[in-house]
Ligand binder design. Structure first.
Ligand code: ZN
Length: 348
């Protein structure tokens, strides 16, 4: 149903905010035969363009970067201190492996104080990012030879199939990178109404920065964000707290903390899903934001903007989980949404 080997490759390839070259090169090689033209803007976002019948423009953005860290200090014993790039939940770092991208990639572990030596107070307190250090198991001279202040650090985790789901790091937002590539594949050789800009953006996790820039120079009429959202359908969650449910279909975003989606776009997406028998759920996310917010506001007149979200459990951890049917449904909804934009009445 989905191309698991491609999703695995996309998920496991590193791409810290501002350091997206490896994932960008992979996407470039995947889309080069699927687009009419392709370019990289000065910030590093990769944009593939499919020409449509009229010169109205639709921008679909999926960010390539992943939550990461940056080396801030190496101490006299060779232990590394770091600064987060994106919203890490500190408790999820315990005993995780990471990759420090120095002169070469170096595997390390997130170390912390042994539980045997913690006071009762320390045990009861939630851990903080500053409680961790990275241990790469090398003498200090070797650490300093290979690693410098400013080097990016990403999570080390294999993507696997688990039940009906996929599980690994960076499904936020590599699952969307994969979906955008699949939509380009589905539309290959087919006539589309408007110019389609598939933007693989940079630096979303530190504040929608790449999308802000890309939407500025593309100046789209329609804007669609593709990103993950919370699936809090797990023990302890109250029914009204779930945001979305895993396996209950792709999600049409109504709003999040950064955007109220254009009601014309949400109505269009819902009716397109219904028309094509694509199961969907409505998403309202009280916190957080996506590239959609930048796309709605940038450009000469702003854009008619909305978003399609992929439900993800355990988000911003090393073991993020998405349902394969939700992924397939998102590909179908995105493809239909781009194909039929000219069939809708967009008047206010
Ligand atoms: Zn994201």
């Amino acid at each position: 149903m989905i191309d698991f080997p491609l999703l695995k490759l996309i998920s496991e390839t590193p791409g810290a905010p501002g350091f997206e070259h490896q994932i960008r090169n992979l996407v470039k090689s995947e889309i080069k035969d699927l687009v009419d033209e392709m370019y990289i803007d000065s910030m590093g976002s990769l944009i593939g363009v499919r020409k449509g019948k009229s010169d109205k423009r639709v921008l679909v953005a999926a960010h390539m970067d992943e939550i990461s860290f940056m080396v801030t200090h190496i101490d006299d014993e060779g232990f590394i201190r770091f600064h987060p790039l994106g919203g890490f939940d500190p408790k999820t770092l315990t005993a995780q492996r990471v990759i420090v991208h120095g002169k070469k990639d170096v595997i390390g572990v997130m170390g912390s104080k042994p539980v045997h030596l913690m006071t009762t107070d320390e045990k009861n307190k939630m851990v903080q990012l500053r409680d961790y250090f990275i241990d790469v198991g090398m003498p200090v001279a070797q650490v300093k030879e290979l690693i410098s202040v400013g080097d990016p650090i990403t999570r080390e985790r294999e993507l696997i199939v688990m039940g009906d789901c996929v599980n690994g790091k960076s499904l936020d937002n590599r699952v969307s990178v994969y979906i955008l590539i699949e939509a380009l594949k589905a539309l290959k050789g087919k006539e589309i109404p408007y110019d389609f800009y598939a933007a693989f953006t940079v630096q979303e996790e530190v504040g929608l920065r790449g999308a802000f820039n890309a939407a500025g120079h593309i100046d789209p009429d329609f804007g669609i964000g593709l990103d993950t959202t919370i699936a809090y359908d797990t023990p302890g969650a109250l029914p009204y707290e779930m945001v979305t449910k895993l396996g209950a279909g792709t999600a049409v975003k109504i709003m999040d903390a950064s955007i109220i989606c254009d009601p014309r776009m949400t109505s269009y997406m819902k009716s397109t899903a219904a028309k094509h028998n694509i199961t969907y759920q409505a998403e309202i996310l009280p916190a957080g934001g996506t590239d959609t917010a930048a796309i709605q506001r940038q450009g000469a007149k702003g854009s008619i903007a909305g978003a399609i979200s992929i439900p993800v459990r355990h988000i911003h951890q090393s073991i993020e989980m998405a349902h394969m049917e939700d992924i397939a449904g998102t590909i179908a909804l995105l493809t239909a949404t781009i194909s039929e934009l000219d069939k809708w009445n967009w008047e206010l």
